[in-house]
Design a protein around this ligand. Sequence first.
Ligand code: UDP
Length: 274
Amino acid sequence: MRIVVSGAAGFIGSHMCDRLLADGHTVVALDNLLTGSRGNLAHLAQEPRFRWIEQDITRPFTIDGPVDSVVNLASPASPKDYLEHPIETLEVGSSGTHHMLQLALEKGARFLLSSTSECYGDPMVHPQVETYWGNVNPVGPRSCYDESKRFAEAFTMAYHRKHGLRTNIARIFNTYGPRMKLNDGRVVPAFLDCALRGEPITVFGSGSQTRSFCYVSDLVDGLCRLMMSEERYPVNLGNPSEMTILEFAEYIQRHPGVRGVYPADYGDAVDIGV
Ligand code: UDP
């Protein structure tokens, strides 16, 4: 297939490009480099089945030639990034997604949207099932991301219902792996950064909050399988086994060079010692 990937220079986008090329596809990679990095794709510079276009998908654009699949991964995704770029985050989920949907319709291509577990907001149901509609604050600090992705999901379903577009929606849970920025702000790179620098790890709150961490190649495998499936409603993608943040900190602490695990200076923090 000839596949257009937006957000291609991002953490997940660059791994998606690698996987699609390894599977024998041709990739047209789009990114405006707002939060992505050209370095994530540098190893593909000589790849004849790979084409790079620096493009902001919130602006109108055209792609020459046939397209079989459109994969929409463009968005700031870490809280640090979307809090710094709230307007761009809302625009890429709305007009950016619209342009990618239009491209898929014009080309007769299938369409895959990367959405997020943030669609569930501050959930009242654990674990979150796809049939749960969420508990979302439309005006909170994270709303630029949550509502952008919820709007993108609604846009995708509208194109499916109105135009019969072959669409898929992936709700991505915490994912980690190579090319994640160490200063990304999320817990896996934050703890690894502390460990690598020999600094104490900071656990926010009691550390009893749970998360599950999915390795990026598993996530990309899920995206590829979903893209080929007949499922039109959102599908959660992630690791089903949860651990507490404290357990994760202790796991990192067991590795050489890590000085200790300290609570943050607020909330019901507990000191688990060095
Ligand atoms: N967290 C932490 N220390 C850090 C960074 C994060 O204890 O240095 C906690 C954070 O409060 C949250 C969990 O780890 O409970 C996961 O945070 P992250 O920002 O990675 O993802 P999200 O909250 O979006 O799942």
